[in-house]
Structures are given as structure tokens and as C-alpha cells.
Design a protein around this ligand. Structure first.
Ligand code: CA
Length: 686
């Protein structure tokens, strides 16, 4: 229907059927149940993976292949895999995906153009000779530089930016992302003037409703529910100032014809006043199943895709405070002893441990683990949920360390499936369970219910800032995740799901609230952080004393765009990498770094999975430019200092463990002239 609608409106279609599609979508579009086969190799020539891929691609083609341009439809191109160069180097596998697509999309050798999309820095790794190669890059990129290598390899090939990033996605706990309209329009204008094709990613922002928002890595950076993306047409289908600037520029390429009228938004924006919800069920009352197991199990081992799980076991007597370690908790774990809240272990903050008080024998340890979206980018997409290995408690006794590997778990499962949750709510109340379930003071995790009245139906934004963390359902539709920390505080509720009069709302809050109130407002709030701790890395106690150290490199870097390698005087060992910047190429004081890698003594890049930012002297608030942007796998994001903060600038990265390294790979910003690129540096390992 969508393809036919596009054709009716004079548009062509590019189909990008993956199987991996990224899109900041849970597991990049791959289904979680693949992980029930624990040793599966995703996005590789694994026989089971390829068997499922072929079934999927056959079903997609059954519906869409009749709509190719060869068959009178609007589909002109079909993409083979997606940004595979950011995942690995495996032409055999990419070739297998191409062959599957050809098998189901082509008839008698005729079919749509097949292409690959990648980045200018990595497209050669998997580029197949018989496919079209396109580049992905974002607003502000140096366009000639992006196509330079392609032009050398294939001078006569058409040039296309398959994803021109109009904005960027948001993650929980960081500032809302925007990109300037002027720069986006200038990039598109330049491509149009040079005959370069492009596909705008995104033209129209959207919403990762329900539990479909994914997460990024290294580390764990779950994406918010809104996928507004600062796109020209926003999340709720209305045109923005960015749209008008783009349209004004595009008029000059419209052969003097008048631009068509912009359709009116189909829905008005409406609000509703504050309503108070009541708690209907505790978390445990929402459980649908119980599993008994000697060891902890992942969600996938228990055949559950999404939701929350209680892991409960009985403790021995531990007469003094002890250290609880979760190996690992995916993703947000709250720890209770005899139902009272002790603390949390949050994967987003790279937390693994928590101090427990002394406990009497027979005390109940309960760990409530809520899963967020599975990682959608990089090797970490194999992202099991729940507790993935084991739980230990360590304590000192008689001068030596005692470690308990906790066993014999009772596991209660609360799947996040809208129908299941709503049907659990209809079961009769059990006040005894409410009184004995886990709590944090007077805050009970669980389901809160209520109604709101609308005199007029329209799109609205439900403000969740008084609740803790969880999911919202309106009239049986899952709106998505909320989390008090922000930056997103409102959830988009399409008017199509609302009705005049009474509307039912259910809030599943895994943390609980003292103030179960919410309201509907007529505009979104996407940029309000309510962090317990700052997300900046300028704690002075974390700053190393460089005076006592010898640098492994001291000198000037090269100017210009693209990767460069800085070889150390000799190989160096340490847990921390410190880069001190004393000048910039442009002579100004705002420094920026897009990506960094370290090479081991064999010249291989070491894994950045365990990396965290230890210290950054300055991190710009003009956008989202914290220190962790130098190892987020994204070439278009960067650490940037605050104007006027002054040299020297210092960035310290914790590599997670001692490493022996011999060189540093550095990427400046991707824009023309590499703004903020650094010149004189000293590099330390300690
Ligand atoms: Ca980056």
C-alpha cells in the first residue's frame, strides 16, 4: 500500500530490506529470537542465520518484487545489506545477501538496480564489483572528500549519497541533537549542482513506538522513543522552518515550475489537563510465568523477548557490608533486600557493582532487571537481555576475601507485550501482594491506570516527567519508553489512537513514583535532562598529573579531513589514554575530535567496547559533544570543547584494562576544512 501510494504521488521507492537495517531500531531490525541459538553468528555466513534471512527476503520480495519499475511499479533500487563496512570485512557474506536478493527480485535477469551503502572511509572493504556503491554522510560533510575515492576507483559511476543525515538521533541521558538547517540545505544544494543523487535521512521524523527503540555501543547508549531526528518534517508530520528553507532552495532546480501546495497537517494539536493515576498492580502481579533455575538465565533462554524479570534468591548470613557484582545486568537493575530498595546497577552508566548492608541468613535478595532496546550498531548487536552470566557477593572475613556465587534462583517474568499487560490488569486485585512486593520507600514499581478526557481529538504529547522509568499504553496502543533522566519528557500520542471523551492510559513504571500525575501538552519536550549526576567528565579528581609522565608522542598532527595515524616512539602499556592539545590547525581555541582508535603492536585496532571517558576538561553544550563521542563508532559525531575554555585541552579515556599499544588513529570532523582539528598534541599512556 505504501509503495502504491508513493507511486500515485509521483515518487520512486528505494527498498532497503537488510536483513540488518540499523535505523536505531531494536537489534537493527533483526528479530530477538535469533539469540535463542546462543552461538549464532549474526550478519555472517552462519547456516542458520542465512536460512532465516532467505525466508525473510523471499517474503519481502513476494510482496514487493511485483512493484519494481521493470513491472510498472515505483521501486527503482534495492539495497544489499547495510553499512557492512562498519561491522566487518566479509565479501562472501555480502555476496550471499546479493544472491538471495537477485534470486527473489529478478525475473529472467531483469530487476531493480542493486546497490551497497557505506561510508567513504570503509566502502572498499566489502565493495562487490557488480553492485552500485553509494556513500552515507551527514549535514556539514565535505562532499568532494566523501566521493574522492569512489571517483578514483570508478570515474564514470553515478554518485549518490544514500543517507544524507538531516539531523541525528537522541540517546537517554544526553542533550537533544539538532543540525543547522543552513548547513543541510547547503549540502543538498551542492549535491544538486554537481549532479549527485541523494536520499534524505530523515525527510520525515518518526517514533520508535513501544519497545522498538534500539541502543548504540560501545558502552550502552539506548535511544529515546522519539525519532524526530530534527528532520524537515517532524515526528508528528508537520513541516518545520528547516523544511521551508530546503524547499526554497529546491525551487531553483524545479525548471521554473511552481512548487505544489504543502498539505495541511491532518491532525490539530491538543492538550489535556493534569490527571492522577492510581496504582493497579505491582510488578510481580504482572508476572505471567515463573522459572526455577540453579543459575540465572537470560530472557532469550527463557523464551522472552522484551520486558522485565525478577531474579530472587536466599542469602546466607553476611555479617558485614559486601559487594554485589552483576555479570552483567542488561539493562537497568534495581536491587532489593527483603523487598526494600538498596540501589541500582545501570548499564548506561557502566555500573556493575553495589555495596550491600550486612544481612541475616535467609534474607531475600531480589534483582529487578528491565531490558531496554537491543544494540543496533556494531558487533555488540548480539545483545542478550537479563543477567547474562552470574551474580556474586564478595566480603572480607578473617583477613581474606570470601566470594559467594549465588545459585538457586526463582525467576518471575513480566513480558512487555501490550495485550498481556492489559489482560493482567483485568485480573482481580490482590492487596496482600501489593503490601509485600518490592518498594522504594513509598514508591512501588508497577502499573498505574487512569483516564483523560478530550473535547477534541488531535495529536498530543503526554508529559511523563513525574514518573520514573517504563512504558506507556493509551487505548491499547504502546506509545514507547519514558525515563525521568530525559532528554525526552513527552511521548507523542497520535490523534488516530485517541477518541472524543474518555481515553484510557496505563503507565508501567519499573521504578515507581510518589506523584503519579501526567498531562497532555500541544508541543513536545525533547530536551529536558533531569540527571542525578552530571553527564560531564570534569571531576578534578580524575585529572591525571601529566608533569610526572613521559609522553608516547609529542608533536604536530596533519591538517585536513580523513583518518591519520600517529605512531608512538615505542609501544606503551597502560589503562588510560590521555591526549593533551595545545593548539589547533585553525588557530582558534575550540578543539574537536570525531573518532580515535588505538593500535596494538601488530597494527590491529583494539576493541573499544570497554572504553569510557575518564576526564575531559571541556565538553560543549552547544549540541551533544561529550568526550565519549570519540569512540561511539560514528564518524559524524565528535567531542568538542567550549569556546573560550582555553588551551591546553585534555581528554582521558579509560580503556577498561591494561593494554599495550603502538599507535593512535585519529579522525577530525568530517566537514570541509575539518573545523576544530587539533595540531600540537602530547599523548600519554598510564
Ligand atoms: Ca564519533
Amino acid at each position: 500500500s505504501f509503495c502504491r501510494l508513493a507511486q500515485k504521488n509521483g515518487m520512486y521507492i528505494i527498498v532497503r530490506p537488510g536483513p540488518y537495517v540499523c535505523a536505531e531500531w531494536e537489534m537493527g531490525g533483526l528479530p530477538w529470537w535469533l539469540l535463542k541459538k546462543k552461538d549464532i553468528r549474526l550478519r555472517e555466513s552462519d547456516p542458520y542465520f542465512m536460512e532465516r534471512v532467505e525466508i525473510f527476503e523471499q517474503k519481502v520480495a513476494e510482496q514487493l518484487a511485483p512493484l519494481t519499475i521493470q513491472n510498472g511499479g515505483p521501486i527503482i533500487m534495492v539495497q544489499v545489506e547495510n553499512e557492512y563496512g562498519s561491522y566487518g570485512e566479509d565479501k562472501k557474506y555480502v555476496g550471499q545477501i546479493r544472491d538471495v536478493l537477485r534470486k527473489y527480485w529478478y525475473t529472467n535477469g531483469r530487476g531493480p538496480a542493486l546497490f551497497q551503502c557505506d561510508w567513504a572511509s570503509n566502502f572498499e572493504k566489502n565493495g562487490l564489483e557488480d553492485l552500485i556503491w553509494t556513500m552515507n554522510f551527514g549535514t556539514g560533510a565535505n562532499i568532494d572528500a566523501q566521493f574522492k575515492r569512489l571517483g578514483e576507483l570508478r570515474p564514470d559511476a553515478p554518485k549518490m549519497c544514500s543517507e544524507f543525515w538531516s539531523g541525528w538521533f537522541d540517546k537517554w541521558g544526553a542533550r537533544h541533537e539538532t543540525r543547522p538547517a543552513k548547513d543541510m540545505v547547503a549540502g543538498i544544494d551542492e549535491m544538486l549542482s554537481k549532479g549527485i543523487s541523494f536520499s534524505l535521512y530523515m525527510t520525515h521524523g518518526g517514533t520508535s513506538f513501544g519497545h522498538w527503540a534500539g541502543a548504540n555501543s560501545p558502552g550502552f547508549a539506548p535511544d529515546v522513543t522519539s525519532y524526530d531526528y530534527d528532520a524537515p518534517i517532524n515526528e508528528y508530520g508537520q513541516v518545520t522552518p528547516k523544511f521551508w528553507e530546503l524547499r526554497k532552495m529546491m525551487e531553483k532546480y524545479n525548471d521554473g515550475k511552481r512548487m505544489p501546495a504543502v498539505p495541511k497537517a491532518p491532525m490539530p494539536l491538543v492538550s489535556f489537563p493534569k490527571v492522577t493515576l492510581t496504582q493497579a498492580k505491582t510488578m510481580r502481579q504482572l508476572a505471567t510465568r515463573q522459572v526455577k533455575s540453579r543459575d540465572v538465565k537470560t530472557f532469550e533462554e527463557m523464551d522472552m523477548g522484551w520486558g522485565s524479570v525478577f531474579y530472587t534468591t536466599t542469602l546466607p548470613e553476611i555479617s558485614q557490608p559486601s559487594l554485589l557484582t552483576l555479570n552483567d545486568a542488561h539493562d537497568y537493575a534495581q536491587i532489593f533486600i527483603n523487598s526494600e530498595y538498596i540501589g541500582k546497577i545501570d548499564r548506561v552508566r557502566n555500573e556493575k557493582t553495589l555495596m550491600l548492608p550486612a544481612v541475616k541468613a535467609g534474607s531475600q535478595l531480589t534483582i529487578l532487571v528491565e531490558a531496554m532496546g537491543r544494540i543496533n550498531f556494531g558487533r555488540a548487536i548480539k545483545d542478550f537481555k537479563g543477567i547474562t552470566r552470574n551474580v556474586t557477593i564478595s566480603t572480607q572475613a578473617g583477613g581474606h576475601e570470601l566470594i559467594y556465587d549465588l545459585k538457586d534462583w526463582t525467576i518471575d517474568l513480566m513480558p512487555d507485550e501490550t495485550d498481556t499487560i492489559l489482560s493482567r490488569l483485568k485480573l482481580p486485585h490482590n492487596d496482600i501482594a501489593l503490601a509485600t512486593d518490592v518498594k522504594n520507600g513509598s514508591r512501588y514499581p508497577g502499573a498505574y491506570v487512569g483516564t483523560f478526557n478530550l473535547r477534541k481529538v488531535g495529536d498530543t504529547f503526554i508529559n511523563m516527567e513525574n514518573f520514573g522509568k517504563g512504558q506507556v499504553y493509551v487505548n491499547g496502543h504502546a506509545l514507547g519508553r519514558f525515563w525521568r533522566i530525559g532528554p525526552q519528557q513527552t511521548l507523542y500520542c497520535p490523534g488516530a489512537w485517541l477518541k472524543k471523551g474518555k481515553n484510557e492510559i496505563v503507565v508501567l513504571d519499573v521504578v515507581g513514583t510518589d506523584n503519579p500525575t501526567l498531562w497532555g501538552q500541544d508541543r513536545p519536550e525533547l530536551d529536558k535532562l533531569q540527571l542525578e549526576k552530571s553527564n560531564k567528565h570534569n571531576n578534578i579528581g580524575d585529572k591525571p598529573d601529566l608533569n610526572s609522565m613521559t609522553p608516547v608522542f609529542a608533536g604536530a598532527l596533519k591538517d585536513g579531513n580523513g583518518w591519520q595515524t600517529v605512531r608512538f616512539d615505542k609501544s606503551a602499556r597502560g589503562r588510560y589514554l590521555a591526549i593533551e592539545i595545545t593548539s589547533n590547525q585553525d588557530g582558534k581555541d575550540v578543539s574537536a575530535v570525531a573518532e580515535l582508535y588505538l593500535q596494538n603492536t601488530d597494527g590491529q585496532r583494539i576493541s573499544r567496547e570497554p572504553w569510557t571517558t575518564k576526564y575531559a576538561d571541556s565538553e560543549s553544550d552547544m549540541g551533544n559533544h561529550t568526550g565519549d563521542k570519540v569512540f561511539d563508532l560514528q564518524e559524524s559525531t565528535y567531542w568538542q570543547t567550549i569556546p573560550g575554555s582555553g588551551f591546553p585541552h585534555l581528554l582521558v579515556i579509560d580503556l577498561g584494562s591494561q593494554q599495550t599499544v603502538s599507535a593512535l588513529d585519529y579522525l577530525p570532523r568530517a566537514e570541509q576544512g575539518a573545523p576544530g582539528s587539533i595540531k600540537n598534541v602530547r599523548v600519554f599512556m598510564y
